[in-house]
Design a protein around this ligand. Structure first.
Ligand SMILES: Cc1cc2nc3c(=O)[nH]c(=O)nc-3n(C[C@H](O)[C@H](O)[C@H](O)COP(=O)(O)O)c2cc1C
Length: 351
């Protein structure tokens, strides 16, 4: 049984965690994932430089709801003063932990020596982390990658240094910075890291189903599993994973009624959080997840992404439900007729 322990307060068996994702793991989506069983949530990353300058938009990213606990607020940066000051600012909001991002691959971030760029200077990463850990009372965790590129995989060394610096848990996206999101995540590094540190190690990368979650625990001995892209428009993955870990039963996927209901619930929360215009525009990335693999989904999606009022979106989705019900009736009719034909055929043959 895996136990994720972060600081004094967080102790969770077989924890399945929502990954931090910019513009995705905002408060509304986090609440929905929590409702479906995500054990730990992270905020999207927040620039320490922006927090240091008290940029309102960045401060708003720290806000969370009490229902979200346990939650970590993630910051990134390369300089001591902004990182220390932003960690102190985050601490005033009293999340359960503060996470440092040393994994972001995007140019704007690594150009400033932050995110995954720190993988090129493990000593500096250790020093900066120690300085942040010393400055706050909350547990500090880190999320990083295996190394800068395949020729420089440094994760075991980095993990030891970060443990020495005082972090409480380490999440590893099992790719290099050069990989970005390409290729397959290499989970084999998790068990190697587990051999050199005693802090909890959270596996991340390419976990796409409840079966993957179980396989990740079984194959690597990780202390928790973190899911990113597979949860976008699919918060149901947490319910499926938790149930499978608990009972070994694979529960059926959500019905389209549930998908539409949760999609609208999520959209409403987004509108409450951001106002109608922005709430609707910024929700567009979620439709393909909520409608994935459903008949006629791309046509419905193309209508949804140009809609600009909640009523219009609700109407499109209600029409879609009617279309799906009609389709199911037709299928039932076809199956029923086929069954009757088979019965007739069997009767005929038995004469
Ligand atoms: C849209 C998007 C935004 C992301 N933003 C962040 C972020 O803010 N902080 C972070 O540590 N990782 C971020 N990531 C990386 C994810 O947390 C995760 O490490 C990566 O997607 C691999 O996990 P997955 O295969 O489960 O998606 C982001 C990924 C995506 C797709």
């Amino acid at each position: 049984m895996a136990i994720l322990k972060i600081g004094e307060k967080i102790e969770i068996e077989n924890a399945v965690v929502l990954a931090p994702m910019e513009d995705v793991t905002e408060l509304p989506f986090r609440l929905i994932c929590k409702q479906y069983g995500a054990d730990v949530l992270y905020s999207e990353f927040i620039s320490s430089e922006a927090l240091f300058r008290r940029v309102e938009k960045s401060i708003k990213k720290i806000y969370f709801d009490e229902q979200e606990r346990p939650i970590g607020i993630q910051i990134f940066g390369a300089n001591d003063e902004p990182m220390i000051e932003s960690a102190r600012l985050v601490e005033q909001f009293n999340p359960d932990f503060i996470d440092i991002n040393y994994g972001c691959w995007v140019k704007n971030v690594v150009r400033n020596n932050a995110g995954a760029a720190m993988l090129k200077q493990p000593e500096r990463m250790e020093e900066l982390t120690r300085n942040v850990v010393k400055s706050v009372n909350l547990p500090v965790t880190v999320k990083t990658r295996l190394g800068w590129d395949k020729k420089s995989i440094v994760i075991c060394d980095v993990a030891k240094r970060l443990e020495d610096a005082g972090i409480s848990a380490l999440a590893i996206h099992c790719r290099t910075r050069e990989d970005a999101h390409k290729g397959e995540a290499d989970w084999s590094w998790i068990s190697k890291v587990k051999q050199v540190v005693s802090i909890p190690v959270i596996l991340n990368g390419d976990v796409k189903s409840a079966l993957d979650v179980k396989r990740a625990f079984d194959e690597t001995g990780c202390d928790a599993v973190m899911i990113g892209r597979a949860a976008i428009g699919n918060p149901f993955i947490f319910r499926q994973a938790k149930e499978y870990l608990k009972t070994g039963n694979l529960i059926p996927p959500p019905t389209f009624y549930e998908r539409v209901k949760v999609c609208l619930q999520h959209l409403k929360l987004n509108i409450q959080y951001k106002g109608e215009r922005l709430g609707i525009i910024e929700f567009r990335k979620f439709y393909s997840g909520y409608l994935k693999n459903l008949p006629n989904a791309s046509k419905v999606r193309s209508q949804l992404v140009v809609s600009d009022s909640y009523q219009q979106i609700e109407e499109i989705l209600n029409n879609y439900i009617a279309y799906m019900e009609d389709l199911m009736d037709k299928r039932k009719f076809i199956l029923h007729s086929q069954a009757e034909e088979i019965e007739d055929f069997e009767k005929f043959n038995s004469c």
